[in-house]
Design a binder for this molecule. Structure first.
Ligand code: ZN
Ligand code: ZN
Length: 88
């Protein structure tokens, strides 16, 4: 077998990895010209970026929901107090 340098790290790909430009700075693996982009080799860093974005989005939603819920709680509390005062 001829030593043609490293093979693309993409699973099942038999192409020779490109030097420098084929190196993914995010996952540290070497890829051919077809798979060198983050999206093309479904880079683990890309998943982390997506997961991070999703987590941040979820955190925002939860934060908003909690804010709304606490406002309802306060309103409810006020109503209960009002009812109790009227009874007295
Ligand atoms: Zn490849
Ligand atoms: Zn990568």
């Amino acid at each position: 077998m001829l030593n043609r340098g490293p093979i693309c790290a993409f699973s099942g790909c038999k192409f020779v990895a490109q030097r420098v430009v084929g190196d993914c700075t995010d996952c540290g693996q070497s890829f051919c010209s077809t798979h060198r982009l983050l999206e093309s080799h479904s880079c683990s860093a890309l998943k982390n970026i997506e997961a991070k974005a999703k987590a941040e989005n979820a955190a925002k939603l939860i934060n908003n929901a909690t804010k709304k819920a606490s406002k309802i709680d306060r309103d409810l509390e006020w109503c209960m107090k009002f009812i109790e005062e009227k009874k007295l």
